[in-house]
Design a protein around this ligand. Structure first.
Ligand code: 5HY
Length: 251
């Protein structure tokens, strides 16, 4: 099977890290293609950045309509509903995937994310996924997303310190890492803190493999029905939906 892993921000080094984390857990026979758009925000921190990352996400999916599944590799599950309406193959957000796997191994989990700016979107998703009661707390390590790309920035230590505080103070039994840029930290932090530490990129790849193996496709009976063909105007004209799921109007 072929899984497109889309990092909705434009930072290629982060996409490389995400691709490596995905390939590290992919089953034999699963091909991972990791991409990011060449337009939009370099990092997504809060609602404003998020909305400007969605066209790039949809654009990358439109370039690869033949994939068996899609992963949205941004922890606030950027554009997840729009992406599910756009294609028929399963689409999994790393936030939702990590939350669900955490509930399989712990009664209560906490989330350690980047900046406080990112917390409301994550809490909002927990409520709409029906998992708010299983989350002890969403915490910020106050590490900007792109500091995770800078060796020696102290980002890793700050994330580790926040994991320690969470296990000590929140009654958390597992930790969910709240940024795709933390994908390479999960195994080390789990060993260091002797608790399940979950990376959403790995979680999403395994859930995609399960959905595809079970022959599941995104339901087109309700809100994820394909967008009705129409002509968008101006800047977004190239994104005009056509009658073909996963395709857009030609330039
Ligand atoms: C992410 N931002 O996973 C989120 C994390 C955050 O660019 N990739 C980003 O802070 O919301």
């Amino acid at each position: 099977m072929r899984i497109l892993v889309v990092n909705p921000n434009t930072t290629a080094s982060m996409t490389d890290k995400i691709g490596s984390a995905a390939r590290a857990v992919a089953a034999f026979g699963t091909e991972i293609i990791a991409v990011n758009p060449d337009f939009g925000p370099p990092s997504i921190e809060g609602y404003f950045d998020e909305v400007f990352a969605v066209p790039g996400l949809i654009g990358e999916m439109a370039k690869a309509p033949e994939m068996d599944a899609y992963v949205i590799a941004c922890f606030d599950d950027t554009g997840l509903d729009a992406a599910r309406a756009f294609v028929e193959a399963p689409v999994v957000g790393i936030g939702e995937a990590a939350f669900h796997l955490a509930t399989l191994v712990a009664g209560r989990f906490s989330v350690v994310t980047t900046l406080a700016l990112s917390i409301p979107a994550i809490e909002h998703n927990l409520v709409r996924y029906g998992l708010r009661s299983r989350c002890a707390k969403v915490r910020a390590s106050e590490v900007p997303v792109l500091d995770l790309e800078i060796p020696g920035s102290g980002a890793r230590q700050r994330v580790s310190d926040e994991v320690a505080s969470s296990l000590r103070e929140d009654g958390a039994e597992a930790i969910v890492l709240g940024c795709a840029g933390m994908a390479d930290l999960a195994a080390e932090l789990s060993r260091q803190h002797d608790a399940p530490v979950i990376d959403g990129v790995a979680a999403a790849v395994k859930l995609c493999e399960s959905a595809v193996a079970l022959g599941l496709r995104t339901s087109k009976r309700g809100g994820y029905a394909s967008p009705r063909p129409k002509r968008f105007s101006g800047l977004f004209a190239p994104f005009s939906p056509t009658s073909q799921p996963g395709s857009q109007a030609a330039e």
